[in-house]
Design a protein around this ligand. Structure first.
Ligand code: F6P
Length: 321
């Protein structure tokens, strides 16, 4: 195929660095003589024909901004086979010959469906959850972790002043990565994550022992998707210990903000690699980071395999708190 025009979109939950990736994809493609069409609102935009031609200036001044200037959405219509065919027809009518899709698991599952229908797709991992197989870290994770760390540091100040326990709920529907790594980097005492069961009585005993030996705070970071819910932890501590507890739910603050240097560099390298891959005639893969290298992993593997939990990190939280 003589590649002339590619489409790009962001889909699912936004993550800091998506704009940087859009800039890298657009400019790399244009430098190589390709035309670039931005598809607004993810898969939804394929139905509503929200196609915008992108030149180098359209992606100027955006790399430092969180969110995605192309907007994003979660689209139920695309989940149906007839919906996918309609979307594909609209893409073809627009002259789009290949796609770069930036998003998480659901978005890349959609990408694989399009690839199977004959539309070449290269995916980029954009999700704060860091649950995608095929990359050490996804675009947005580093910024998000730093946002959570800022919150933990602030909470520690007030927690220590009152000698209180704090339960901090962070995002992560199926993945405890953010909870675990922020607990590790923030010096929290416990991480409660979906992948590992938590014994509440054990947590309470740990809390009492920590305060008894002179600690002035006790911070439990809970992933929103963990089986043991924030409310249950709070109620248990109130009923079974004499220490005061408070709850903070960080919510969408975690998803916004200017991307960190790490995320900008990652997004730039991955965006460049995505276009190079298409130019080499390859597709059906997601570009990701492995060590210091950019690697391509088949979309089949990305969506069907899961990332192992870092048990060493989990043990370190216990050991060092
Ligand atoms: O997938 C990323 C994520 O931020 C999850 O951690 C979170 O559960 C979800 O998106 C929230 O989605 P929404 O913004 O649609 O409520």
């Amino acid at each position: 195929m003589n590649l002339k025009k590619i489409g790009i979109l962001t889909s699912g939950g936004d993550s800091p660095g998506m704009n940087t990736a859009l800039r890298a994809v657009t400019r790399t493609a244009i430098q190589n003589g390709l035309e670039v069409t931005g598809i607004e609102q993810g898969y939804q935009g394929m139905f509503e024909k929200k196609f915008v031609e992108l030149g180098p200036r359209n992606v100027g001044g955006i790399m430092q901004r969180g969110g995605t200037f192309l907007y994003t959405a979660r689209c139920a219509r695309f989940l149906k086979p007839e919906g996918r065919l309609e979307a594909l027809e609209n893409l073809r009518n627009e002259g789009i010959q290949a796609l770069v899709i930036i998003g998480g698991n659901g978005s890349l599952t959609g990408g694989l469906e399009l690839e199977r229908l004959g539309m070449p797709v290269v995916g980029l991992p954009g999700s704060i959850d860091n649950d995608l197989y095929g990359t050490d870290v996804a675009i947005g994770v580093d910024t998000c972790l730093n946002t959570i760390l800022h919150a933990i540091d602030n909470i520690k100040d007030t927690a220590s002043s009152h000698r209180r326990a704090f339960i901090l709920e962070v995002m992560g529907r199926n993945s405890g990565y953010l909870a675990m790594m922020s607990a590790l980097a923030g010096g929290a005492e416990v991480a409660v994550i979906p992948e590992i069961p938590t014994d509440m009585e054990e947590v309470k005993q740990k809390l009492v022992a920590a305060f008894d030996r002179g600690k002035s705070h006790f911070i439990i970071v809970v992933a929103e998707g963990a089986a043991l819910k924030t409310r249950e932890i709070f109620d248990y501590l109130c009923q079974h210990s004499s220490y005061e507890a408070r709850v903070t739910i960080l919510g969408h603050i975690q998803r916004g903000g200017s991307p960190s240097a790490f995320d900008r560099i990652l997004a730039t390298r991955l965006g460049y690699a995505a276009v190079q891959t298409l130019l080499e005639g390859k597709s059906g893969v997601m570009m990701g980071l492995s060590g210091k290298s950019i690697v391509a992993t088949p979309l089949e593997d990305v969506i069907s395999r899961s990332k192992p939990v870092d048990m060493v990190g989990f043990e370190l939280i216990k050991l060092l708190s």
